[in-house]
Design a protein around this ligand. Structure first.
Ligand code: PHE
Length: 342
């Protein structure tokens, strides 16, 4: 029996334990209550009485050896593991990570500039839903029932419901403003609008407008012209010229298209202005009395003007972006080129 104990003694001494699994194997083979050492203690009972003392001493030695080896290894593995999961010490001498700077989207910058110009002359900013009903997008704005703009090729309808549309202009916000308040109104409404157009260099089914409205007593076409002239000078510089061309919108009478002198060729003629020297930036007119009545405003007492401009169009004139699709592709190489608008 003594020999057996020594053999096991050697085993215990020489065994290498490198991880938790091996430690557990070691524990159950030697230290545990079902391990070999426990068995040996069991057989001690049947050993000849004169040998028991010597064997018992050896056996106790072995037991202590195994137990100590177990606790020491367990402690060692635990510290190793704790060190492995601890973050590496911070090296304070390393250079910092550079902060990636974003930039504002060109359309957001131009919209902010437009808002700023109008706010300074007393216009508020109004907002409304992009999903509109027929009343706010069309009917209240004096669109006759069979007006072509309501047809499928221009308007996105929501599901099969002929009454719900993605707004085709932000004039719907003007209606909501007038319905919910009392004149005078002086507000602009920037926002996203939708039209069922094939996406190309020159057209997109989602784009942005800024519309404006001014309703009060004695508002005249003079006020409209002067307001838009002021806006154009602020936006494009004091040398800008502006002209109005007779036009038609169901919700204004009289109506006019707004042109500004071409920023690229300064009016002498180029590709951008199709050699006319002028580029269109939006529509405008005196609010039709029917629209005022539809919104609960007495057209005998109040008059007003409205206008609407494309933000993409203005951005293109300022930056000469030739392809409308770039605005929605979010290519950082494109976006990074834009500094703040002066
Ligand atoms: N709502 C018109 C459009 O989307 C623009 C406009 C607004 C014209 C106000 C006249 C007056 O084209």
């Amino acid at each position: 029996m003594l020999e057996k104990i020594r053999a096991i003694h050697q085993q215990v001494e020489s065994i290498q334990i490198e991880n938790g699994d091996q430690l557990e194997q070691f524990r159950s083979a030697y230290v545990g209550r079902k391990g070999v050492i426990a068995d040996l203690f069991e057989s001690l009972k049947t050993a000849p009485p004169e040998d028991r003392r010597a064997i018992g001493a050896e056996l106790n030695n072995l037991k202590n050896l195994a137990q100590n080896k177990f606790t020491e290894t367990r402690d060692r593995l635990e510290t190793q593991q704790a060190q492995a999961t601890q973050p590496a010490p911070v090296d304070l001498t390393l250079p910092g990570y550079p902060n990636e700077m974003g930039s504002m989207h060109p359309l957001s910058m131009v919209r902010a500039r437009i808002v700023e110009i109008f706010e300074r002359i007393g216009f508020n900013v109004a907002d409304g839903p992009e999903i509109e009903d027929d009343w706010h997008n069309f009917t209240s704005l004096n669109f006759p029932p069979n007006h072509p703009a309501r047809e499928m090729q221009d308007t996105f309808f929501i599901g099969k419901n002929p009454d719900m549309v993605l707004r085709t202009h932000t004039s719907s916000v003007q209606v909501r403003l007038m319905e919910n308040g009392k004149p005078p109104f002086r507000a602009i409404m920037p926002g996203r609008v939708y039209r069922n157009e094939a996406i190309s260099v020159r057209a997109h089914c989602v784009f942005h407008q800024v519309e404006g409205i001014y309703i009060d007593r004695n508002v005249s076409f003079m006020d409209l012209k002067q307001t838009l002239y002021h806006f154009s000078r602020e936006m494009f510089g004091k040398d800008i010229r502006i002209r109005f061309r007779p036009s038609f919108f169901p919700f204004t009478e009289p109506s006019a298209e707004i042109d500004i002198s071409c920023l690229i060729c300064k009016g002498s003629g180029c590709n951008i202005c199709k050699h006319s020297g002028w580029v269109e930036i939006g529509g405008s007119g005196m609010v039709d009395p029917n629209v005022l009545t539809n919104c609960g405003i007495d057209p005998e007492e109040f008059t007003g003007f409205a206008f609407g401009m494309g933000i993409e169009r203005i951005t293109n004139l300022l930056y000469q972006v030739r392809d409308l699709r770039l605005f929605t592709e979010n290519d950082v190489r494109f976006l990074r080129q834009f500094g703040p608008v002066s």
